[in-house]
Ligand binder design. Structure first.
Ligand code: ATP
Ligand code: MG
Ligand code: MG
Ligand code: MG
Length: 481
């Protein structure tokens, strides 16, 4: 039967029309009022059941979680907070729900409990809102790049390369488990794997994207990425989605401009297109803040935070300046946090990043020109740096509450310098022959960045844990669904 989405019913301009709606029961009060949700909006539509003319057997089956179809008149609602309701003339139970056993009763659940029920948690208001915002953001990502003429490139999921050189790869085997080729000592013989080649799940599509940028000019990837992060943080997943634009003839400054413009565009798009969901998440967050001691409460509401990012230029600060700031800020006295940074050359920990963003600059920060030693092999070496203090044209974008949201760089376009760098790091030139070809045939300045999509969703929804912004999170000991 033809039915109308709850969102369209609530936005209707006509009353007293015959309508049909389908969805799931959120609550059923006084044997008369059903709050019906179909996922199209955060709002439920109230359905008023003519209980005198509805058989007892049907009333009994209207339980939380049940799938139902209602037909009746759309009329103005007398109740507060809603414009319309349905005066139900016909009610059909499409699928029963055992209310006794249904774990998503409309009361507040802990996020831990909801994670264990990842297949059902989307039936709560909060997760419905998060997943709609995620979907809109994902659309905005494509819209931004497509409008600018970027070509969407699907880089391989199974690959032989480790772009980051961090060794956080999941090995891929093409053979059945019990047929895995072994060495004489009984170890897995990876050289024999995947039809004779060692492969892994991609940690980044960058190297492949670079080869495409050097022909198509401006490209982007947006796909799943895998990292064997055997740690439990609220910012890391073993499977996450990454957006990676790569642009020929762009240097580091162009790269920063692109990243800032892109982030602002997609956040603005969500603010404009997810008003109801963000309002709901904002209220939820405000309730959470109230539980905290006064001193730890966030001064800004969710929408104020998003607008703050939209209205202000990201602070651009070199790594060297940042280290000086961190050294100066290191408290001598006893303090809750230690911002101590040992020496120039050390990698920043997320507490350092968050200090710079939240306490010092009070703004998103783009840190650039990192020490070469702590960054990947493919980054452009800065000219004229002191021996021992070499820096590369890298940038990280740091966000409040998140830390690193983007990592990017201008790439080393000079074949000889790149080969030299690979040699010092022990990276096999033969294995990356295809990557080096981009420097052999028409090399040019180019740059790009990677943005972890879930970190963006985390920021926009105001959630605190990355596990709560992806439908089925993959973390250590968590791959059940
Ligand atoms: P981090 O320092 O947080 O571990 P990274 O420097 O290892 O991140 P990059 O290799 O620079 O990450 O990847 C680019 C972006 O991908 C990061 O800025 C971040 O937004 C995202 N990202 C990286 N690792 C993860 C992960 N395990 N889960 C979710 N997002 C991630
Ligand atoms: Mg990492
Ligand atoms: Mg990092
Ligand atoms: Mg990084």
């Amino acid at each position: 039967m033809k039915h109308t989405k709850v969102k369209d019913l609530l936005n209707s301009t006509k009353t007293l029309q015959e309508v049909t709606a389908k969805g799931w029961v959120r609550t059923f009060r006084n044997n008369q009022f059903i709050a019906l949700n179909d996922g199209s909006t955060i709002h439920n539509i109230q359905c008023v059941v003519d209980f005198e003319n509805t058989p007892e057997t049907t009333l009994k089956r209207i339980t939380t979680g049940a799938a139902i179809c209602v037909s009746g008149e759309l009329v103005e609602s007398q109740g507060a907070g809603q414009k319309y309701e349905i005066q139900v003339k016909k009610l059909e139970i499409l699928g029963d729900s055992d209310a006794e056993k249904f774990p998503m009763q409309p009361k507040k659940h802990s996020l831990e409990f909801l994670r264990e029920n990842a297949h059902l948690r989307v039936r709560t208001n909060a997760f419905g809102a998060i997943m709609r915002v995620r979907s809109v953001l994902s659309f905005a990502v494509h819209q931004y790049f497509q409008q600018k003429g970027f070509v969407y490139v699907n880089t391989p999921i199974i690959t032989g390369s480790d772009a980051e050189g961090a060794g956080e790869m999941f090995q891929v085997s093409a053979l059945p488990f019990d047929n895995t080729p072994r060495t004489e000592e009984g170890k897995v013989n990876y050289k024999e794997d995947f039809f004779g080649k060692q492969t892994n799940l991609t940690v980044s599509g960058q190297l492949e994207a670079e080869t495409y940028a050097m022909a198509l000019g401006q490209v982007y990837t947006f796909g799943p990425t895998f990292r064997a992060e055997n740690s439990n943080t609220s910012r890391h997943l073993a499977e996450f989605w990454m957006i990676e634009p790569e642009v020929a003839f762009n240097d580091l400054a162009d790269n920063m401009d692109l990243a800032e413009d892109f982030i602002k565009y997609v956040i603005k798009y969500a603010v404009d297109h997810c008003a109801d969901d963000l309002k709901f998440l904002e209220t939820r967050l405000a309730d959470e803040e109230k539980q905290k001691p006064q001193a730890e409460r966030s001064e800004m509401s969710l929408l104020e935070k998003l607008n703050f990012v939209l209205d202000n230029n990201f602070k651009r600060v070199s790594y060297t300046e940042a280290i000086d700031i961190l050294k100066d800020s290191t408290p001598n006295k006893k303090k809750k946090f230690q911002y101590l940074i040992e020496e120039w050359g050390a990698d920043l920990q997320s507490e350092h990043e968050r200090f710079l963003v939240e306490k010092h600059f009070k703004s998103p920060v783009i840190l650039f020109d990192y020490p070469a030693k702590i960054k990947a092999f493919y980054m452009r070496l800065n000219d004229n740096t002191e021996p021992g203090k070499e820096t590369v044209r890298a940038m990280d974008i740091l966000f409040p509450g998140i830390g690193e949201i983007v990592g990017g760089s201008q790439r080393e376009e000079r074949l000889d310098v790149l080969i030299e760098k690979m040699k010092t790091l022990g990276i096999d030139e033969e294995e990356l022959w295809w990557y080096l070809d981009t420097r052999r045939f028409g090399t040019a300045v180019h740059s790009g960045f990677g943005l972890g999509f879930e970190r963006l969703v985390l920021f926009v929804t105001g959630m605190g844990n990355i596990r709560d912004v992806i439908p089925f999170p993959r973390t250590p000991q968590n791959a059940e669904f």
